[in-house]
Design a protein around this ligand. Structure first.
Ligand code: HEC
Length: 187
């Protein structure tokens, strides 16, 4: 377990201290996520359920494990995290049917191991990397994933100055949530 913490610390903090990581030649923005901050991780889990689980699953993670590790009482699980007909011991599925590829041109990938595959900074940068592009089906494109098939689901946070810091914070907490899942899956 200690090894996992060391590894994830490296993943979380190395980008700022060594050379800035890049994706497609564009520097990643450091997420500044703190996986020891339980409140932030709880917000991340809720934000994930609100904004991402409609399309993305976390198939290596069970709700009750998520709740136990984030200090969320089982009694609160139903109200705050379990939005579907799932049971606490189920793994986190998305609401998306398995054949939704036709809707987006691509199947939304499972995000359990995405932090290991890409990095927490990548997740954060990706969520902040959407820009208007009228030639794309959703009217947006992404700096870090050219021709991205995903809509800009956090766009609502960007509309006003007031929302901007909350937008960054929302992106940050969600970026930490799959990071935590990676740690989870390594135990
Ligand atoms: C309406 C459906 C939808 C929602 C909601 C959604 N996504 Fe996606 N997402 C997609 C699709 C489709 C793809 C595949 C994009 C591609 O490969 O072009 C994707 C891809 C991704 C990827 C992979 C990027 C890569 O480099 O391959 C990440 C990471 C991701 N989404 C994160 C999120 C997060 C975090 C949220 C919540 C804030 C979210 N998504 C919400 C549809 C969605």
């Amino acid at each position: 377990m200690l090894k996992s913490w060391v590894l994830i610390s490296i993943a979380l903090f190395s980008a700022g201290t060594v050379v800035a990581e890049e994706e497609g030649g564009i520097a990643l923005q450091p997420a500044g996520a703190d996986i020891r901050n339980t409140e932030s991780l709880q917000r991340g889990a809720r934000n994930f359920m609100n904004y991402c689980s409609g399309c993305h699953s976390l198939k290596y993670l069970r709700y009750n494990r998520l709740a136990a590790d984030l200090g969320i009482p089982t009694s609160e699980l139903a109200g705050s995290l379990l939005f579907t007909s799932d049971k606490p011991f189920d793994t986190i599925n998305s609401a998306m049917p398995k054949d939704s590829e036709g809707w987006f041109g691509k199947q939304p990938p499972d995000l359990s191991l995405i932090a290991r595959a890409r990095s927490v900074d990548y997740l954060y940068s990706y969520m902040k990397g959407f820009y208007v592009d009228k030639t794309r089906p959703w009217g947006v494109n992404n700096l870090y994933l050219p021709s991205a098939a995903m809509p800009d689901v956090l766009a609502g946070w960007r509309g006003c100055m007031d929302c901007r810091s909350r937008y960054s914070r929302t992106s940050r907490t969600i970026a930490a949530a799959p990071g935590w899942c990676w740690w989870e899956s390594m135990q």
